[in-house]
Write a protein of this length. Structure first.
Length: 139
């Protein structure tokens, strides 16, 4: 039978739901009407992004909250051109993200950089010339 290969929701544990919601709205992303004070949902072209309190998320999963630093997960926004990468990185930084790694040509032939949202969640902004189906069209 097997499990369908499908991703429905990525939930980020955040220190302050309202602050994180404001950050993502500053990128032009819109919260879903299903959002509530304690959780925000944002539609990302077929996958939902959830913003939920870190402690509440850890409690729900019966896990201790994560320590500071790298969490072992990155999120990616692929772009169709290197110029698109530069533009999206600049928009994240303008919205309040920290520039972690400026975009550079990668040894694998692409172009990418990293930004961190206000809670330290890493977003890779990349152009992968070998996988154009992953890319959002540059606007």
């Amino acid at each position: 039978m097997g499990v369908p290969a499908h991703l429905s929701l990525v939930t980020l544990g955040v220190a302050d739901v309202a602050r994180s919601t404001a950050f993502y709205e500053a990128l032009g992303w819109q919260r879903s009407s299903a959002s509530q004070d304690e959780i925000t949902f944002i539609s990302l072209s077929g996958v939902m992004l959830g913003l939920y309190g870190s402690q509440a998320l850890a409690d729900d999963a019966l896990q201790p909250p994560p320590p500071g630093g790298f969490r072992g997960v990155t999120l990616a926004l692929n772009q169709s051109t290197p110029a698109g990468v530069d533009r999206v990185v600049a928009e994240f930084v303008a919205a309040g993200a920290a520039l972690v790694k400026p975009p550079v040509r990668a040894e694998w032939g692409g172009y990418s950089g990293y930004v961190a949202d206000p809670d330290g969640h890493l977003w890779e902004i990349a152009h992968n010339p070998y996988s154009p189906e992953w890319a959002a069209p540059d606007s």
